[in-house]
Ligand binder design. Sequence first.
Ligand code: C5P
Length: 402
Amino acid sequence: MINLLKKRILLGISGSIAVYKIFELIRCLKKKQAIVRIVMTRASKKLVNKLSLQILSNCRVFDDIFYTNNSNIMHIKLAKWADLILLAPATANIIAKIALGLADDLLSTICLTTQAKIIIVPSMNNYMYRSVVTQHNIKILRNRNILIWGPSFGRQICGDTGLGSMLSPNIIIKKLVQYFSTPLKNFNIIITAGPTHELIDPVRFISSYSSGKMGFSIAYVAASLGANITLISGPVNLSTPPGNIKRINVISALEMKQAVMNNINNQNIFIGCAAVSDYRISNFSSNKIAKKDNLIINLIKNPDIILEVSQLTKNRPYVVGFSAETNFIKENARKKLIEKKLNLICANNVSKNRFYNMNNNYNELYLIWNNGEMLLSLNKKQVLAKQLMKQIIIRYEKDNKY
Ligand code: C5P
């Protein structure tokens, strides 16, 4: 089972009566092998005693903004130490303070200082929660990419029934495990998939056998790893995979290029999986061409989308290409890696005698990069997509040293 091994979690406790759930939450965090430090607000200390919390949880508990240890200023040290700040329970007051950027005690000061993710688990009376002010503050925090988990609906300790109770420790733990198992969180990835259709006239086109299955499988895997996906697809017969996937349907290479360029800003990774038609018809006929003995079609070159992406001088993403080959698979792919200035290329054999050619559920990929290569052997495209994403993450991390 995935755990929270060595994740440094700073637990901020504010003065809600749901603080009684905190002991169970800390027990579960430690069972999952997280390293926990606790920061208490003044109000929370009215509800639970600092010393007993320290003894029972066996965690270091902090509450004094002016406490320094040698030259360590505690709010800076803790803000930098944390992988994640979990405010549970979080009162309307601490939510309002963070929304406003107030820094009048240790916990709010840490929240203002930290670069770590902040997750808020609200806990308050349902009228307080639904109030215009609290809802406004929550909206501000969401816009700052602070996560709000809960509250849950139910009978409250004050006797009211409604939305405002702190989520159970079990649910919080499940969400934390999920959070840490999504290595591509906040990553933006564009994936092109499928063929393009280059119209000859309103009813005829030239294209390829590409099914889009590889690109759609990659989109599914990358989304399940937490990435925000823009899936730019040529005409395919596939439904959009679940997850955070914005799909843009296009027909031709020119449309695909436009969609890519409209969305290329702030992308971490570009994966060009589409079988973009290299040529388009130079003299598209808006009327259906009548049958003749001989029809000569003039083709002109389409723009090379992936090359344009890898030539970007500003905000260039990590660029992954595909190379469908029938002979000299690796040699041709390596040539394209260099010519198209790619970070990584995935070569596959699409010769007719291979049963796993283009429009198929199986594939075999050679991954080639500047100073290395690796074979992902014959497998279902869904499995290959997982293996490929793993390698992309490893290579991306090496190249970007983040
Ligand atoms: O040159 P070739 O078509 O074999 O290169 C394949 C790679 O280039 C793929 O990643 C494909 O998506 C991309 N490509 C492109 N625009 C083109 C042709 C190919 O982005 N016009």
